[in-house]
Write a protein that binds this ligand. Structure first.
Ligand code: PGA
Length: 260
């Protein structure tokens, strides 16, 4: 039996997309999302140069938009960085922070991820805080230790009221872009652990949306989204295909329906 929380499906385009083909994808997703029930929310996190395009094509639709990263600084001499306020200027809703690709390829520390989360919140954005273990960490039994430390680094710098405004995405590194999703049992187990950590921060934090990410596809989405502590998904590769992304949104709707 699934839970009573609403579902959230967010696409993470990563460094994909071009101005011309984006039009059909954004319009198609906006059109398809109209048919979804109100208890399913949808978003897409696009590369920075496409914010204006997302705002123009998704404005007034059921689909929110956001960024894949945000600077830890408010403004200043930080060449190449993009401030949370700039993202908010385009009426964005979300900012992914601490994605494993940022942690691995850009050396982002837990403290930096925490600072980015604070900046996003201060600008009125909803940070999607990513946590996840590598295959080595899983095989050595360190999964809870790793994701617990990643989440705690963020929770310690937030008040309970601030923490209640974040989204958390559990993305096992070994499942990202590999085609090898965590099983629904593996994912649920980690989500239950994260839920308990959130609840320990305060009653209002317990129901923070907990997304699963890592090779979510139309074929496995329904089973994942039916789990008690899985409130939706952060979707990479499948978010670039209109039909697949909308099918995953429909799976979220079906799971929400079972709960209701
Ligand atoms: P994937 O990526 O769905 O392509 O595995 C998920 C993510 O990295 O957010």
């Amino acid at each position: 039996m699934s839970n009573q929380r609403s579902k959230l499906v967010v696409g993470n385009w990563k460094m994909h997309g071009r101005l011309a083909p984006n039009v059909a994808l954004l319009q198609g997703v906006a059109r398809g999302a109209q048919a979804l029930p109100q208890d399913v929310r949808v978003g897409v996190c696009v590369p920075y140069p496409y914010f204006a395009q997302a705002q123009a094509l998704l404005g007034g639709s059921r689909v929110a938009w956001g960024a894949q990263d945000v600077s830890a600084h408010e403004q200043g001499a930080y060449t190449g960085e993009v401030a949370a306020g700039m993202i908010a200027d385009f009426e964005a809703t979300y900012a992914i922070v601490g994605h494993s690709e940022r942690r691995a390829y850009h050396g982002e520390s837990p403290e930096l991820v925490a600072a980015k989360t604070q900046r996003a919140l201060a600008a009125g954005l909803t940070p999607i805080v990513c946590v996840g273990e590598t295959l080595d960490e899983r095989e050595s039994g360190a999964t809870e230790c790793v994701v617990g430390a990643q989440l705690n680094a963020v929770l310690v710098v937030l008040s309970a009221d601030e923490a209640a405004r974040i989204v958390v995405a559990y993305e096992p590194v070994w499942a990202i872009g590999t085609g090898k999703s965590a099983t629904s049992e593996q994912a649920q187990q980690v989500h239950a652990f994260l839920r308990a950590r959130l609840a320990a921060k305060g009653a209002q934090v317990a129901d923070v949306p907990l997304l699963y990410g890592g090779s979510v596809k139309p074929e496995n989405a329904a089973e994942l989204f039916r789990q008690n502590d899985i409130d939706g998904g952060l979707i990479g590769g499948a978010a670039l295909k209109e039909g697949d992304f909308l099918a995953i949104c429909a799976a979220a709707a079906a799971a929400a329906d079972v709960a209701g």
